[in-house]
Design a binder for this molecule. Structure first.
Ligand code: PBG
Ligand code: ZN
Length: 321
């Protein structure tokens, strides 16, 4: 085996190569700020004001990143997430301003209610068989409404992350009925109830006041259930499947490549924070570990990777050329 690792042969025989075009940068847009605000639990990441988001995307584009996924932090929340579908809501404004400036940038929007509800859950809370909890079918109409408002604003891809049964079909029907046949659905199809979302809840101000998310997100040990979730979303018309988190769920990611649809992996806030924190302490080389983790995610089968390292990785990949 040593022969095939001779230095001059390494580029020729490399099986997996990470490209800037594989990466999607998450962008937090905060309706209440007028300059970028650092996110303490995610060093190097910022909430951005609506007015600054097109500039930032232009900077990403110049660095070679061609896709963003947007998360909104509204000025006000309520029990029904009305801010999530308001025509002049934070995401709607952000999408319009990016698409106006950069029509070639792929804009993905997160379709969920948790940043817009005062209780912090991903939809409407009601009385269920198990007590107060996320109401499935009542919340579906809300998701259709949110997705439609994102499409009307110019989103290329809507990404429902609420883990409701039937979300993909409901959104597909709503988009088609309104003439948005070309808008894709990237489903957060295999989304685990992970403690690795901790820093995100700071970043997007989406902590919850009652219960937890285990009645809608998948338990970390359940592989068959996770694959079934993606299978159902594929049958409902998802265009892209997703595994989230990425790095410690590569077995699930590898299984999803069998459906024939593109597969996305979301390297989440906690994965980012762990690498950054250890890097800051000098315990490891954050740049090397970040690139290694992204390469491993691609090797396991991801066609695209949502990662907070996207902006930095673009520069690092340039430097390695
Ligand atoms: C909203 C959403 C979450 C993330 C993406 N979309 C939080 C959650 O489900 O609790 C997590 C992203 C991250 O941790 O980077 N449903
Ligand atoms: Zn949510």
């Amino acid at each position: 085996m040593r022969r095939i690792r001779r230095r001059i042969l390494q580029p020729l025989l490399r099986e997996t190569e990470l490209h800037k075009t594989d990466l999607v940068m998450p962008v937090f847009v905060d309706e209440s700020i007028s300059r970028p605000l650092a996110i303490p639990s995610m060093p190097g990441q910022f909430r951005r004001p609506v007015e600054g988001v097109a500039d930032y995307c232009e900077h990403l584009r110049d660095a070679g990143i061609g896709a963003v996924i947007l998360f909104g932090i509204p000025a006000e929340k309520d029990s029904e997430a009305t801010g999530a579908y308001a025509p002049d809501g934070v995401i709607q404004q952000a999408v319009r301003s990016i698409k106006e400036r950069l029509p070639g940038m792929v804009v993905v929007t997160d379709v969920c209610a948790c940043e817009y509800t005062d209780h912090g859950h991903c939809g409407i809370i009601g009385e269920t068989a198990g007590g107060p909890d996320l109401e499935n079918d009542l919340s579906l109409a809300l998701m259709a409404r949110i997705a439609l408002s994102h499409a009307e604003s110019g989103a290329d891809i809507v990404a429902p992350s609420c883990m409701l049964d039937g979300m993909v079909q409901t959104i597909r029907e709503a988009l088609d009925a309104a003439g948005y046949q070309d808008v894709l659905i990237m489903s957060y199809s295999s989304k685990f109830a992970s403690a690795l979302y901790g820093p995100f809840r700071d970043a997007a101000d989406s902590g919850f006041s009652l219960g937890d998310r285990t009645t809608y997100q998948i338990s970390p040990g359940n592989a068959r259930e996770a694959i079934m979730e993606s299978e159902l979303d594929a049958a409902e018309g998802a265009d892209i499947l997703m595994v989230k988190p990425a790095g410690i769920y590569l077995d699930i990611l590898a299984s999803l490549t069998g459906f024939g649809l593109p597969v996305a992996a979301y390297q989440v806030s906690g994965e980012y924070a762990m690498i950054r924190a250890a890097g800051e302490r000098g315990w490891l080389d954050a740049r090397a570990v970040a690139l290694e983790s992204l390469t491993a995610i691609k090797r396991a089968g991801a066609d695209l990777i949502i990662t907070y390292f996207a902006e930095d990785a673009a520069r690092w990949l340039d430097e390695e050329q």
